[in-house]
Design a protein around this ligand. Sequence first.
Ligand code: GMT
Length: 379
Amino acid sequence: MKIGITCYPTYGGSGAVATELGLELARRGHEVHFISYAQPFRLDHFRERVYFHEVEMDHYPLFEHPPYSLALAVALHDAARKHDLDLVHMHYAIPHATSAWIAREMLEGDHPLRIVTTLHGTDITLVGLHPSFRAITRFSILRSDGLTAVSAFLKERTVRDFQVPAERVRVIPNFVNPEVFRRDKEPCHRAVLAPAGERIVMHVSNFRPVKRIPDVLEIFARIARRVPARLVMVGDGPERPRAVELAGELGVEDRVVFLGKHPSVDELLACADLFLLPSRNESFGLAALEALACGVPVISTDTGGLPEVVRHGETGFLFPPGALDEMAEAGLALLSDDGLWARFSRAAREDAVARYSLDRIIPLYEQLDQEVLEGGGGP
Ligand code: GMT
C-alpha cells in the first residue's frame, strides 16, 4: 500500500505512535509518506520507503492565524496525486481529519483517496468538545472511511459525546516495541542519574496542565523524605517553570533533574525504578506503557484509559486524581520491598509485551487499511 500519514510532529504521544506506526509499515513493505509542518521527532534516521513532505506555509501579514488546515489539505492533495497514495491516515482529528476530507473533495473523484482517522485523546475529550470545533470534528470523523480510538474509554466518549455510531469506531490500542523499550539496555545511565545509588523515580510528558505536574513533585517529595531517591523529569512544556519553582519550595531541588525533551526516552526508562503519571485525564498513557515495557511499575490515576493499561495491584497502582498520600505510600511500598518490586517489574514487562507489543497491534492497522481499501472499515 502507499500510505500518507499526518500527525503533530512535536514531543507527544500521538506523534510518537503515528511515527512508529509509519516506520513499522514501511519495514513491512508499504510506502509511507509523512506530511506535516515539521519532521516528526521520532523520524530521526533514513529508512527505506519512508518520505517526509513539509507543509509549506506563507506567513502573509493579513493572517493573524495562518490557515494551516488549508495548506495541509493542499499538501495532502498534492502528495496523493503525485505519489498515487491509496489512503491517508490522520492522527488526532483536529484539524487533520478535516484537511483530509478537503483534499479528497479537491481530487474530484479522479483519485479514490481513502481516509483513516485515529482519535488520540483531547481531540475528543477536550478541544473537540469546544463549541468552535465540535460540529466540524463530528462532521470530519464521520467522513473518515476508517475510525480508530486508542482505548475503549476513548471509543465510549466518542460515541457518547459526538453521537458517532459505535460500529463506526474500532479500538486499536497504542503499542510498544519490546526490543527498544526493555530493561537491559546499554548504555545504562543509572550511575549518572543517581550517583549515590538512590532509587530513580521518573516522569515523561509534555508538561501540560492535564498532566498535573505539581502532583509529580508532591508525590516525590513525600517519597524522598523516607527513601533515598532522585526524580528525573523528562520533557518540556508550559508547566515546567512552576515545577522548578515547586521543587525549591518542597526542598527537593537538589534531588530533581529536569532533562527537557529527550530523543531516546527508552534509554532513560530502562534505568527507572518507579514511573509517576498522576494526570487529570489520559485516554491511554503511552508513556506509562513504555515504562511498563521497561519493567518499571507505574503509579497513576484511575482516569480515562489508564485502567486499561496499568493493572492495579499487579503492574502498578491506580488512585483518583489528587490522592497524593496514597500514591506516595504505594510508591514507598514498591521502593522499599525488593521482592514486591521485582514481582511488579516482571509482571509489568510481561503484560506490556503480551497485550501491546507492536507485532500484535500493527497487523490490526494493516487489516483495517486493507478493509478500507476494499470498501469496508467498520469494527
Ligand atoms: O490528546 C492529547 O492531549 C495529545 C496526545 C499527544 O499527542 O500526546 O495525547 C493523547 O494521545 C496519546 C497517544 O495516543 C495518549 O497516550 C495520551 O493519553 C493522550 N492524552 C490525553 O488523553 C490527555
